[in-house]
Ligand binder design. Structure first.
Ligand code: OVM
Length: 365
């Protein structure tokens, strides 16, 4: 553990501790926010999330509702549609030539094509989804230039994120409508429903866009692993988890100590923020053999890229389905994928994110 004096936070980087802290939710709580800011005494930029910035018993009902709506059986119907959309998208991209920006053309385009529809959002303001997520993930970090640059937009986008959550603007049949139905049944309150929808908009787009980018970057730089996926496309889900382990699109989250606790021999005082370096834990040589290698062989489960414990990512099955659809569509059509220029990163306080991923492909047979 290391004390970061500038922010007075304790940071955990080993897998053992980054895994243990969120499991011990009684001592390491989320209710004071899971970013650097302590909601007990700092101003917040939007209402706290019911799922993220919350502890039991408050988070239990909203999480139970969303977990069911996003569980694998509930996604089965979407699977067929998403595979077809991915195949169409890949065909369209490949028809334009062998060189393209895989970030824009695939990693960004695919989630934006399928996810807002699945939520049941209307056609308006879909362009705001990525900027809103970018702001939300910046807000977990220090108030640096990345935060200040977008300060003007934050309030407007924050208001917008609640707006599409009214009943009238949600499709009858999407995740949003099912959240509404849960409120009608009394599983959550009517006041909670729009905030649960907001969680989908905040956590459901940037995360998958940059997770898919991570997978595409991994394959573009590891031709042997691409070959392996082509031979066994059923590895697509494992490949996605391995990419999430290897690059950790969500790099950090915080907790707050709610008692004096000792970690790795150091006392953490009640009220202190604890920073968990997910990306570091996912490459800890004490947990992983040859952790810097992207390799479809070893089992990546146990990585903390989706978090751990009672707050573990509720949308992870959605993300895996998106990855499976896109990667298998690409693997069937593309024999080789390689970098055709320097990948460009997009800076964010929490996300390991991308601006461009230029690739060149050779089409299969
Ligand atoms: C939320 C949420 C959940 C997970 C991640 C996240 C911005 C947000 O419930 O709003 O990142």
């Amino acid at each position: 553990m290391v004390h970061l004096a500038r922010y007075d936070v304790h940071a955990l980087a080993r897998h053992a501790q980054v895994h243990a802290a969120p499991v011990d939710w009684q001592n390491f709580r989320s209710g004071a926010g899971v970013g650097l800011a302590n909601f007990r005494h700092e101003k917040i930029w939007r209402l706290p999330s019911l799922l993220l910035d919350a502890d039991p018993p408050g988070q239990d009902a909203p999480r139970r509702v969303l977990r069911e709506i996003l569980a694998p059986p509930a996604l089965r119907r979407l699977s067929t549609v998403w595979h077809t959309v991915a195949e169409d998208l890949v065909d369209t991209v490949l028809a334009k030539g062998p060189r393209f920006d895989a970030f824009t053309a695939l990693a960004k385009a695919f989630p934006l094509r399928v996810f807002p529809d699945a939520v049941g959002l209307g056609p308006e303001n879909r362009d705001d989804l990525l900027p809103y997520g970018n702001i939300a993930f910046n807000a977990f970090g220090p108030r640096n230039d990345l935060v200040l640059t977008d300060a003007d937009r934050a309030a407007g986008l924050s208001a917008w994120a609640n707006a599409p959550c009214v009943r009238e603007s949600l499709d009858k049949d999407g995740f949003g409508a099912r959240i509404r139905a849960a409120a009608d049944r009394g599983d959550i309150t009517p006041e909670q429903a729009p905030l649960v929808v907001r969680s989908l908009l905040t956590a459901g787009v940037d995360t998958t866009v940059h997770g898919l980018s991570a997978a595409l970057y991994a394959f573009a730089t590891h031709p042997d692993q691409w070959q392996r996926l082509r031979e066994r496309p059923e590895l697509a889900r494992v490949a996605f988890d391995e990419a999430v382990r290897w690059l950790s699109p969500v790099q950090t989250f915080f907790r707050t100590a709610t008692a004096d606790v000792t970690v790795a021999g150091t006392l953490i005082k009640e009220g202190t923020k604890i920073l968990m370096f997910l990306g570091s834990a996912n490459r800890d040589p004490e947990r992983w053999h040859d952790p810097d290698r992207f390799d479809l062989g070893p089992d990546p489960s146990g990585h903390v890229g989706f978090g751990m414990g009672i707050h573990q990512c509720v949308g992870q099955h959605v993300a895996r389905l998106e990855a499976e659809a896109l990667l298998t569509a690409l693997a069937r059509r593309v024999e080789r994928i390689e970098l055709a220029g320097r990948p460009e990163r997009h800076l964010n306080n929490t996300l390991r994110s991308w601006a461009a991923l230029p690739v060149r492909v050779r089409r299969a047979g």
